[in-house]
Design a protein around this ligand. Structure first.
Ligand SMILES: Cc1cc2nc3c(=O)[nH]c(=O)nc-3n(C[C@H](O)[C@H](O)[C@H](O)COP(=O)(O)OP(=O)(O)OC[C@H]3O[C@@H](n4cnc5c(N)ncnc54)[C@H](O)[C@@H]3O)c2cc1C
Length: 529
């Protein structure tokens, strides 16, 4: 239910949007003894990190896997530690990283976790390429080691100092490379290995030729090294806990409250937010710090006309990331009884013979279902202690790469007809893989890029912020940048750098740190004078 701000309409900070980036920034800032107002236009907190019920079915809107916060270099670590989340959030290991069912590879291939185990599994399936696989995994390790150098103790650093030049070379050589460039160097035309190593490409992008190698190395290596984890009870548990921290610290959290304007003070810096509640009434709240979790394109429209161009300048040439189809099915039988053997299984259709065919897979939803089925990742939440099964209904989620343009120009009846046809086609695809599957489905629902665009208010329904494309020329700035052209207005979302739970929380943490540093220096300078 939407409300208005209570007590005084002055806060220390206002968060626009309750995706994980906004929640993290708001909770961390609140813990420094400040009053924070959180505004969310939807009916629940979390943005993509949400869980809801449809009849007896629990729908996890996004999370399949995230890395453990204790993994080396994981930005979630500092957030969990600062907010004591280890006590409230139970992370359940998902087992092997992913099973891949791909005609090019042969029988189902299980990609384990742990770089040694990954190397062994790949080499035993592709013995002729064992050396290339070893060299590739070494390059991944070298690329990461440089970034994590400062996190190790002195003994480790001294022991590895001699390798620094080689690590630096691994990083510099491929700083502008795409995933395809690096895969090509190690594996040439062996497309099967590429599918086996990165079956989950649609978690990041749909075009390996335009997906930045370093984005892959950083994100995928976390999973390959330490495995994936699921939040017991669903991603809503994390979102609600973060919103709860804001309230515990004296702040206020509103759903059904859509920000419509950013107020600028006489000194030109951020001064507050205008927002609309569910009953259509407008309200104003004041604060010197604003964390923008809403996408930069949305925030641009909230600024006074003369501030828009400068604000948008850093983003105007950047493409939004991919979007996804997400279908959730409720089964009246345990999926394992139907033959599903892994938590996460990637189904690659036989027409996909090149790794770059993911591009064409994402385009399929532009038409009614035909002969070609898309690449689809199938997650069986009953395989782990997810806490999602209810009243004997077992949720299975299917994710496929999708694009907003696939659904453009359709009126509502045409949109729903195509969406329904695709949901049935995906169920039929799973029936062909696991006979008996279709008759076990008792609930079904599906989100498209259009659904995600409407729900998240992101350009083109992007779920990972901006596309991580290889930089053209020397990188123009750090990959994570929360600063904006408006003093006091900070980005706190996947659009600040990287997407996913880790990227969004990392951006939120960076935004809170930057705002705090700015506040301290402002207090310091007013004391100085
Ligand atoms: C189907 C699916 C599967 C995924 N799987 C994984 C996975 O397995 N692992 C992983 O790490 N990541 C996964 N992700 C990606 C991950 O969920 C997102 O990258 C991340 O949660 C984005 O967080 P964010 O902070 O950028 O905000 P978002 O989640 O994009 O939320 C933005 C919020 O801002 C609100 N908002 C916008 N405008 C306004 C306004 N004017 N006023 C008030 N509120 C506003 C929106 O309503 C929304 O709640 C998946 C995503 C999807 C959709």
């Amino acid at each position: 239910m939407s409300e208005r701000t209570s007590q005084s309409a002055s806060f220390d900070a206002i968060v626009v949007g309750s995706g994980l980036g906004g929640l993290t920034a708001g909770a961390l800032y609140a813990r420094t003894g400040t009053r924070v107002l959180l505004l969310e236009r939807n009916k629940s907190f979390g943005g993509a990190a949400t869980t809801y019920h449809r009849g007896a079915l629990t729908v996890e809107a996004s999370l399949h896997e995230t890395t453990h916060p204790d993994a080396p270099g994981d930005p979630k670590h500092a957030v969990f530690a600062a907010l004591g989340l280890e006590d409230d959030i139970e992370l359940v290991p998902v087992g092997s990283f992913q099973e891949v069912r791909c005609p090019l590879i042969g029988s189902p291939f299980v990609l384990p976790h742990g770089l040694d185990a990954v190397g062994k599994a790949l080499s035993s399936r592709f013995p002729d390429n064992a050396r290339a696989i070893r060299n590739f995994l070494r390059q991944v390790e070298r690329t990461l080691r440089l970034g994590e150098f400062g996190e190790h103790d002195l003994v480790w650093r001294l022991a590895h100092a001699g390798e620094l030049p080689l690590d630096a070379w691994a990083l510099i050589r491929d700083i502008g490379a795409s995933l395809s460039d690096v895969f090509e160097r190690y594996f040439g035309a062996n497309e099967a290995i590429k599918f086996a190593l990165c079956p989950n490409l649609p978690y990041y992008a749909d075009d390996p030729e335009n997906f930045w190698w370093l984005g892959y190395a950083m994100a995928q290596s976390g999973y390959l090294r330490g495995g994936g984890y699921y939040i017991k009870g669903g991603s809503q548990v994390l979102s609600d806990r973060l919103a709860g921290i804001i309230r515990e610290e004296g702040g206020q959290t509103l759903t059904g409250a859509e920000a419509t304007g950013i107020l600028i003070g006489p000194d030109g810096s951020a001064a507050g937010v205008r927002y609309r509640t569910g009953d259509g009434a407008e309200d104003i709240a004041h604060a010197p710090v604003i964390f923008a979790n809403a996408a930069p394109h949305v925030v641009t429209g909230m600024l006074p006309a003369d501030r828009r161009e400068d604000f948008l300048a850093p983003f105007k040439d950047r493409k939004p990331s991919i979007s996804l189809i997400s279908a959730t099915l409720g089964l009246n039988r345990k999926p394992s009884e139907l033959g599903l053997t892994s938590y996460s299984t990637m189904l690659i259709p036989d027409w996909m013979t090149r790794f770059a065919d993911y591009r064409d897979s994402a385009a399929l939803f532009a038409e009614m279902p035909g002969e070609r089925m898309p690449a689809a990742c199938v997650v069986d939440y009953d395989r782990i202690d997810s806490g999602l099964a209810m009243d004997g209904v077992y949720p299975v989620n299917i994710v496929c790469p999708d694009r907003f343009t696939n659904w453009a120009g359709l009126d509502d009846p045409a949109y729903h007809a195509r969406k329904g046809a695709w949901l049935d086609a995906l169920i039929a695809r799973l029936e062909s893989e696991w006979p008996g599957f279709a008759s076990a489905v008792v609930e079904k629902t599906m989100a498209t890029a259009r659904t995600l665009h409407d729900y998240l208010n992101t350009p083109e329904g992007a779920v990972y912020g901006f596309a991580l494309e290889p930089p053209k020329g020397a990188p123009k700035g750090p990959p994570l940048n929360v600063q904006t052209s408006v003093d006091g207005l900070w980005l706190a979302s996947a659009f600040a750098g990287f997407g996913g739970f880790t990227g969004a929380m990392g951006a939120g943490a960076a935004a809170a740190r930057a705002a705090l540093k700015h506040r301290k220096s402002a207090v310091g300078s007013s004391i100085d004078h």
